[in-house]
Write a protein that binds this ligand. Structure first.
Ligand SMILES: *[C@@H]1O[C@H](CO)[C@@H](O)[C@H](O)[C@H]1NC(C)=O
Ligand SMILES: *[C@@H]1O[C@H](CO)[C@@H](O)[C@H](O)[C@H]1NC(C)=O
Ligand SMILES: *[C@@H]1O[C@H](CO)[C@@H](O)[C@H](O)[C@H]1NC(C)=O
Ligand SMILES: *[C@@H]1O[C@H](CO)[C@@H](O)[C@H](O)[C@H]1NC(C)=O
Ligand SMILES: *[C@@H]1O[C@H](CO)[C@@H](O)[C@H](O)[C@H]1NC(C)=O
Length: 468
């Protein structure tokens, strides 16, 4: 792999000046030159006119209003008041549900809104008394393949220093008013459109006490056998400014776990035996989001991090991963730890602590919403990820023979490949509406995948072949 290193004496590595990306020209700069092989250079798929128009409707001013309104409820601690009309998590839940109902009213009946509530028993040190936890979920039903689901979420509960303090003001502007704003603004913009597959826009609660709301949501869906092919968690996506004032407004981190916590030891052993550790469904979802989400429409570069989450941290994508679904987490590039999980206060040096609206950047938050929007819509308009993909290993050959199951929604298929140490798919070979292809490149020397192409031109995430 080719990359630039700025190595100073004493082993110090200087960061290069931050580029302000407006295009995706970094994609192929990382591609290895070996092995040589067939196909053309993979050009990232681009949004169509409908998607481009939708993304232009994402409005930083509306994101600001959502965050300011959420903050106006004083505290949104999971144990705060559920019935007071003005203060506490119940007022926030009702407001989000009303807003989502308003969006659903524009959808011609395609969008429905559910307030999913369960009684959470006491959890030592986290939940002090039995507490109702509610997730607000707007579901935009797919017009072609309604059983295939993609989810975008943020959490509307908030916290201060003490996670069980449900009395004091806990503004939660960035953590995670920003993520709720992404889900709500996308629900508004997409409600009037007809995705082929189903999209769920969720505002969950109980995140701060251990992803309780998202665990209930994931388990409810998994127990019903839901076919969720992608989940995007937005948590702390509202500011690009570090504690020293450095800004990084055109990068968004995407945490992508490698081997899912749902895999058995036998599955993992099989995976390792063919070098597929970096080709899990989570990483394929990540590659897809990088490909479609880093461009002139979003004005963002999606920076994939090979890690479940930040060290010692977790989030609402993890309960979905635990149930076998591919899920990723978006978080701003520089977190300011004085602005999260902190009592609102000014210390003796005059420094302001707390997760206040004044520290938010609504334009940045809107660009993150566009990354999510482009990814969700491209996923929902494409056919699903190909199923039943295998690599033929019955004879020793220099070639690679792939077989898969036909999907009636696919107009055709593409084989994609990359050098095994490259991060992203670099080459593509159109193979047509077939279920078997032989590529004149050894499976020992490259990573292969197959993706489905719809009649509308949208392409699915790639599947990775296992042996029979
Ligand atoms: C919640 O607020 C309502 C209205 O202000 C009040 O009547 C009720 O006692 C509060 N509930 C709790 C548990 O504090
Ligand atoms: C939970 O919500 C239900 C339905 O609103 C209500 O009857 C019940 O009292 C609530 N329980 C708690 C512990 O707040
Ligand atoms: C946290 O708040 C709870 C009440 O909300 C209180 O019982 C507990 O003592 C507090 N913990 C600390 C460390 O202050
Ligand atoms: C495999 O490829 C190598 C290198 O191109 C070539 O020398 C060899 O003859 C090939 N073997 C077969 C069985 O085609
Ligand atoms: C496999 O590759 C060799 C060249 O290495 C080629 O001659 C042969 O026809 C290929 N076999 C198939 C089944 O495509």
């Amino acid at each position: 792999m080719r990359f630039l290193q700025y190595v100073l004496p004493l082993g110090l590595v200087a960061a290069p000046a931050l580029a302000q990306p407006t295009s995706f020209d970094s994609y192929l700069a990382l591609a290895s030159e070996w092995p040589p092989g067939p196909g053309s250079v993979l050009v990232p798929q681009e949004p169509d006119a409908e998607l481009t128009a939708m993304m232009a409707e994402i409005d930083p001013a509306r994101i600001q209003t959502i965050i300011e309104t959420l903050v106006s409820f004083g505290t949104r601690n999971t144990m705060s008041n559920q019935t007071d009309p003005n203060r506490g998590i119940g007022a926030a839940r009702n407001w989000i549900a009303e807003q989502m109902q308003g969006f659903a009213a524009t959808s011609g009946g395609r969008m429905t809104v559910e307030v999913q509530t369960f009684l959470q028993p006491v959890v030592a040190g986290e939940i002090l008394m039995p507490t109702n936890i509610s997730n607000v979920i707007a579901t935009l039903k797919g017009s072609v393949d309604p059983n295939r689901i993609y989810i975008v979420s943020g959490h509307y509960d908030s916290r201060v220093t003490n996670v069980t303090n449900f009395i004091d003001d806990s503004p939660g502007a960035d953590d995670d008013g920003s993520g709720v704003a992404v889900a709500m603004e996308l629900a508004r913009v997409m409600a009037t459109h007809k995705p082929a597959a189903t999209i769920m826009f969720a505002a969950v609660a109980g995140e701060e006490q251990g992803t309780l709301g998202s665990t209930f949501m994931a388990n409810t869906l998994a127990d019903a056998g839901a076919n969720i092919q992608g989940m995007l968690n937005n948590d702390i996506v509202g500011s690009s400014t570090a504690d020293d004032g450095t800004t990084d407004p055109f990068n968004i981190r995407m945490f992508t776990e490698g081997i899912s916590t749902s895999e058995t030891a036998a599955d993992t052993k099989r995976r390792e035996s063919i070098g597929a550790e970096n080709d899990t469904p989570i990483r394929q979802l990540g590659r897809f989001v990088v490909e479609v989400g880093s461009n002139a429409i979003t004005q963002m570069n999606v920076q994939m991090v090979y890690r479940p989450d930040r060290f010692l941290r977790g989030g609402d994508h993890q309960p979905f991963i635990a149930r076998g679904y591919p899920a990723v987490r978006f978080t701003e590039p520089h977190e300011n730890f004085a602005h999260q999980h902190q009592d609102v206060r000014v210390d003796d040096t005059g420094k302001q602590f707390g997760d206040l609206v004044e520290f938010c950047d609504f334009e940045f938050n809107a660009r993150v919403a566009r990354v999510n929007g482009v990814a969700l819509w491209s996923l929902a308009q494409a056919p699903g990820t190909p199923l039943g993909l295998t690599m033929d290993t019955s004879v020793l050959t220099n070639n690679s023979t792939l077989t898969w199951t036909d999907d009636t929604e696919a107009a055709g298929y593409e084989v994609v490949w990359r050098a095994s140490e490259d991060p992203f798919w670099t080459h593509v070979i159109e193979v047509g509406k077939v279920t078997r292809a032989t590529i004149l490149l050894s499976k020992d020397n490259a990573q292969f995948g197959v993706r489905a192409v719809g009649a509308n031109g949208f392409k699915s995430p790639a599947a990775f072949p296992f042996t029979e």
